[in-house]
Design a protein around this ligand. Structure first.
Ligand code: AP5
Ligand code: MG
Length: 217
């Protein structure tokens, strides 16, 4: 039986993880698991989990592991082996990476690749300042200064909004948290020889072509 891809998309806030995950999901028919999208969904529904996560997200901090790990691993382990998954935004610290490895060691197999999308900080700041997200399907969109921000989602027609954590103060904190708490995860995966580094400072299509080439897809 064919086995589905098991991929982690890794990179700083605004690197294009969500953008590339959606393209890969549509092309490779794998499940997209985004921890941030999941928290925002719960926030929109007003659940206890959403309210708990909001306290941390709006400040640009990581949601505590005891809230995050079980819910994401449940999703990962529920994906059938032949289907495959793309993780976007998880793991985000070494403890999360260890727990994912443990969970997958009891499964049929581990991760195929970790795609590290690198983008210089000034580009990240510019992108996050112009990002609008769909309230329904969470697809990210770029809207430049002076463009009409009342546009609707190109994928589902839903309403576009700006994330609270895309305010400059929270963005600065998110980048700091990425540098301090998340980048050590790269070392964890380099030791396992699964990391592919790709420049994300190119067009969306060029990044996508390079990711597909790295996956041999
Ligand atoms: P999360 O939602 O994961 O946010 P993030 O990692 O900060 O990443 P972003 O979603 O901001 O960026 P992206 O890389 O997806 O870029 P996108 O494709 O949108 O997490 C949010 C919060 O949730 C965290 O701060 C934390 O509080 C909590 N959280 C989540 N996971 C957690 C975990 N595991 N543990 C603990 N807490 C957790 O692109 C950005 C913009 O650029 C868009 O406008 C897009 O259109 C544009 N763009 C994309 N690619 C290109 C390109 N190649 N060229 C030009 N523009 C581009
Ligand atoms: Mg995202």
């Amino acid at each position: 039986m064919a086995q589905g891809l098991r991929l982690v998309l890794f990179g700083p806030p605004g690197a294009g993880k969500g953008t590339q995950a959606q393209l890969l999901r549509d092309r490779l028919k794998v499940t997209h698991i985004s921890s941030g999208d999941l928290f925002r969904y719960h926030l929109g529904q007003g659940t206890a989990l959403g309210l708990r996560a909001k306290e941390y997200m709006n400040k640009g901090e990581l949601v505590p592991d005891e809230v995050t790990i079980d819910i994401i691993l449940d999703k990962v382990l529920s994906v059938p082996n032949e289907e495959g998954f793309i993780l976007d935004g998880f793991p985000r610290n070494p403890h999360q990476a260890e727990e994912l490895e443990k969970a997958l060691s009891g499964a049929v197999r581990g991760l195929d690749k970790v795609v590290h999308i690198e983008v210089p900080e000034p580009v990240l700041l510019r992108r996050l300042g112009g990002r609008f997200v769909c309230r329904d399907c969470q697809a990210p969109h770029s809207i430049g200064e002076g463009e009409d921000a009342s546009k609707v989602c190109s994928q589902c027609g839903g309403e576009l909004y700006q994330r609270d954590d895309d305010q400059p103060k929270a963005v600065k904190k998110r980048i700091q948290v990425y540098n301090d708490e998340t980048t050590p995860v790269l070392g964890f995966y380099r030791d396992r020889d699964v990391v592919v580094d790709i420049s994300g400072d190119q067009t969306v299509d060029d990044v996508n072509q390079q990711v597909l080439a790295a996956l041999d897809a």
